[in-house]
Design a protein around this ligand. Structure first.
Ligand code: AMP
Ligand code: ZN
Length: 135
């Protein structure tokens, strides 16, 4: 049994409701769905967050997310969907194997998005400069 629950799911050591698999990608229903059809898409290689994936792997993962999301929203009759990624404990990541949530959305489903704040003075300009320096 692997230390990582998602690696164990990929290996078939832990059961899941699989919706898709190819040589690099695995996808299954979230066991605690926010809405019906809530699906996880994961790379088969064990990497903690999306920043640990190669650019190629990340492209492949996102292409799979697009393909699977199209099927999920048709299957459950959703009007839209959120694609959500928690990176790091502080961001709510519980399972330390990179994964992408596809969350189908329905009118009045009550799911709240984040509350926005405000920048003060030159704060936004300074943050922009810092970001650009790291690019
Ligand atoms: P995160 O907070 O982004 O790390 O989310 C991890 C997600 O994995 C949660 O939404 C869990 O409900 C889901 N999860 C954990 N264990 C399983 C499992 N055995 N099968 C399916 N989904 C799982
Ligand atoms: Zn893993």
């Amino acid at each position: 049994m692997s230390d990582c629950i998602f690696c164990s799911i990929i290996k078939g050591e832990i059961p899941c409701t699989k919706v898709y698999e190819d040589d690099k990608i695995f996808s299954f229903l979230d066991i605690v769905p926010v809405n019906k059809g809530h699906t996880l898409v994961i790379p088969k290689e064990h990497k903690e967050t999306i920043l640990d994936l190669s650019e190629d792997s990340f492209r492949g993962l996102m292409a799979a997310v697009q393909k699977i999301a199209k099927a999920v929203i048709k299957a459950v009759g959703a009007k839209g969907f959120n694609v959500h990624i928690n990176n790091g404990e502080v961001a709510g990541q519980v399972v330390k194997h990179a994964h992408i949530h596809i969350i189908p959305r329905f009118d009045g489903d009550g799911l709240q998005l984040w509350k926005g704040g405000k920048y003060k003075g030159m704060e936004a300009e300074q943050i922009k400069k810092d970001i650009v320096n790291f690019l």
